[in-house]
Design a protein around this ligand. Structure first.
Ligand SMILES: [Zn+2]
Length: 261
């Protein structure tokens, strides 16, 4: 499978709006290093059979798809309802036009309900014809659950993200866990044996809703994936210094990074 990191930034991106001279809040990040400019977190998974799964559709979706020359998507998975993960939902209509059908949407029942409230026009019955608005075909996911999407088994597991639950997902030896501060025993069990794990890591210091660096390194010691890739990184984590400091087999992501699993 081929994984494309569309974005690996936090809810406000890097840089965030503001900063000296209104030039953005960079924190420890280096404006000269393109790997330190981060859009909102999202990935595309392309299976060996050519099925493409988009995980989350944040406010940067359009620019991310264009930059990575991706237009054909077979299904959308939404990990949770926070705005940085669904804010680009309106642009799904562009994908509808490419695939000429409603786009299967996999998310928890609560997330689907929340999206129906925030994008009511998108969930109106669709009677064919032009795609003037996004047209999803919702499939509720009750984690833990394994669902075959276009013949590829996707295992969903529940993660804790302060007050909301998020969906973690695993396909074979690859797993993606964004927006998580606590992994239950069941979630750890679902991750066992995974080889490449992309995991959210907001900052160095503990945070109420996100894993910090120590949390990720603790999980890594328990799950023992051969490759750990950090995502959803805030401005306090700069690619260069972090890549130097992390133990072998652990690395930060950067926008448009691709790798095979
Ligand atoms: Zn979130």
């Amino acid at each position: 499978m081929k994984i494309t990191i569309l974005g690996c930034g936090p809810s406000g991106g890097v840089p965030m709006i503001g900063g000296a001279g209104e030039g953005g809040i960079w924190g420890a990040c280096n404006p000269q290093d393109p790997r330190d400019t981060r859009s909102r977190s999202s990935i595309v998974i392309e299976t060996d059979e050519g099925t493409r799964l988009l995980v989350d559709c944040g406010p940067d979706l359009r620019a991310q798809l264009l930059r990575n020359q991706i237009a054909h998507i077979d299904a959308l998975i939404v990990t949770h309802e926070h705005a940085d993960h669904i804010g680009g939902f309106d642009d799904i209509r562009g994908i509808n036009r490419v695939i000429q059908r409603p786009l299967p949407l996999y998310a928890s029942p609560d997330v689907i309900k929340s999206m129906q409230m925030r994008f009511p026009y998108a969930f109106q019955p669709w009677s064919g014809g032009e795609f003037f608005r996004p047209v999803p075909a919702p499939h509720p996911v009750s984690a833990p659950e394994t669902i075959a999407i276009n013949g590829t088994d996707v295992t969903f597991f529940a993660q804790r993200h302060y007050k909301v639950a998020t969906l973690g997902l695993r396909i074979g030896n690859f797993a993606y866990s964004t927006d998580v501060e606590h992994l239950s025993e069941d979630a750890i069990e679902a991750l066992r044996g995974v080889e490449t794990w992309v995991v959210g890591c907001l900052q160095r210091d503990p945070h109420v809703a996100h894993a910090c660096l120590d949390d990720v390194l603790r999980w890594r010691a328990e799950i023992k994936p051969s490759r750990v890739i950090l995502t959803h990184m805030g401005p306090g984590l700069s690619y260069g210094p972090l890549a130097q400091e992390l133990p072998p087999g652990t690395e930060p992501a950067y926008d448009s990074m691709t790798f095979d699993v």
